[in-house]
Design a protein around this ligand. Structure first.
Ligand SMILES: [Zn+2]
Length: 60
């Protein structure tokens, strides 16, 4: 599975991850709009901050 991971800068420390890419993107854009309104972070920059982590399917 592909885990999506968004991490803000280290000063801010905001981080979110999950399997729903759209949800992570929404939370991330929401966060930068609320917390970094003056930083002019574009949607493209947010997308650039979202990384994909390959995870092993859980075996039973
Ligand atoms: Zn932040």
């Amino acid at each position: 599975m592909q885990l999506k991971h968004f991490e803000c800068d280290t000063v801010c420390g905001f981080m979110v991850q999950g399997y729903d890419r759209d949800e992570i993107y929404k939370i991330a854009t929401d966060h930068v709009k609320k917390s970094h309104a003056s930083a002019n972070i574009t949607d493209e920059m947010v997308q650039g901050l979202i990384t994909t982590i390959e995870t092993e399917p859980e075996s039973k």
